[in-house]
Design a protein around this ligand. Sequence first.
Ligand SMILES: Cc1cc2nc3c(=O)[nH]c(=O)nc-3n(C[C@H](O)[C@H](O)[C@H](O)COP(=O)(O)OP(=O)(O)OC[C@H]3O[C@@H](n4cnc5c(N)ncnc54)[C@H](O)[C@@H]3O)c2cc1C
Length: 434
Amino acid sequence: MRRWRNWAGSVEARPAALLRPTSVTALQDIVRSASGNQRIRMAGSGHSFTPIVPSNDIMLLPHDFANGDSASAVGIDTQRMVARVPAGMVLHQLNEYLAASGVALANMGDITAQTVAGSISTSTHGTGLGFTGLAGQVQGFGLVTADGEHLDCDATENAEVFQLGRVGLGCLGILTYVDMTIVPAFQLRAVEQARRLSDVLDNFDTIVTEADHFEFYWIPHTKWALTKHNTRTQEPPAPRSAWNKWWGKTVMENYAFGAVCMAGRVVPAAIPRLATALPSQGRQEFTEASHEVFATRRLVKFHEMEYSIPREHLVSALRQIVEMVEREKLRISFPVEVRVTGSDDVPLSTSYGRESAYIAVHMYKGMEYERYFRLVEAILAPMQGRPHWGKIHFQGAKTLQPSYNRFGDFLALRERLDPERRFVNEYVGRVLGL
Ligand SMILES: Cc1cc2nc3c(=O)[nH]c(=O)nc-3n(C[C@H](O)[C@H](O)[C@H](O)COP(=O)(O)OP(=O)(O)OC[C@H]3O[C@@H](n4cnc5c(N)ncnc54)[C@H](O)[C@@H]3O)c2cc1C
């Protein structure tokens, strides 16, 4: 069946052709033989909430092209500390290959189900002021362009395509490989505990400046935040027991949390009372391989919007959201997530040219999210807010352009590489104003 769906089940497509290319040559043939105004879009793992992936004409799936069934698919250069990765490889598989060679990615988001190409294309990020998102860790890539050429791009060869194309929304061409910066493998010492929200906000600047990786989740309708504080270390691992990990990450964070969300969907008025059950999970401390700590499993389905704002606005922004949720009598069962990253030089990155704080709001699947998300957007967008390209938002090119001072350069490059708009879909048209 030619049906494609995203992870959340909120975006669906039935393209005329759903293909699984196996090589660069096959990709080039597909691009060269596309005719008229047929649009081509390459999917990653479908973990974007926005309709950034689909095309009604030709959709490409990464599974056979990822070449991910052999470790030799990843070329690890420990002299230059770069790994050449098939663009469609899923992050958790990449992490395993890197770990087997004693290296790792420096930072990543909170799941590893995404492909490398998909992650960088939407500016996927984790947390830590001393680090960038994944696109900032890219040193080069291969790209099949609309005329079927394959370009190698890095800081010296096709440098403009490299500069602008690291966050490319899938509309400059099809990424074939990505050169990722690697670092020696390391452990993270994790401390996870509930803290008073007021305590976290009063000390936010000190905490994020001193921590390697800090994030917290405010639990709406409570005065509590669940905090995760990860410190990079070469200490030997002191892992959680398998039982402890399963209980905490699978049962409590997924099944028990999912049950609370489901109850809240049936009886929204009960959500504030249900929320008080969440902060009491105690304190956990453990030391494990970095990729085991950065990422967790997400079995509960939801809708999400996330904004990047200049880091200094975080405390004020979050206080406004807390106040708004109560004033508007919203009923929110999902925590509000806060992270930070350092500045990077990737023109369409949500952290381009500034240290950023990220606020992510979620709504359990099946519950109405638009009013909540629009109210939050109304607080964050005027603070030079930049929405995550892969998460729900209500902006178009007119309001996005002023946030990115190289927006015009990106448009010019896209026009030069793909004048017939072979790689443009409806969402890309909306956010770029095409
Ligand atoms: C449960 C969950 C947790 C998440 N956690 C985080 C997080 O911690 N931090 C964060 O920032 N985001 C997070 N996200 C968002 C997610 O990281 C992004 O939406 C990411 O883009 C998804 O990657 P993907 O492989 O699924 O790509 P898709 O969503 O399938 O595609 C994204 C874009 O990449 C393009 N693309 C894919 N492959 C190629 C290719 N080979 N060449 C050119 N373009 C290509 C697509 O065309 C599309 O434009 C999360 C999403 C979910 C569902």
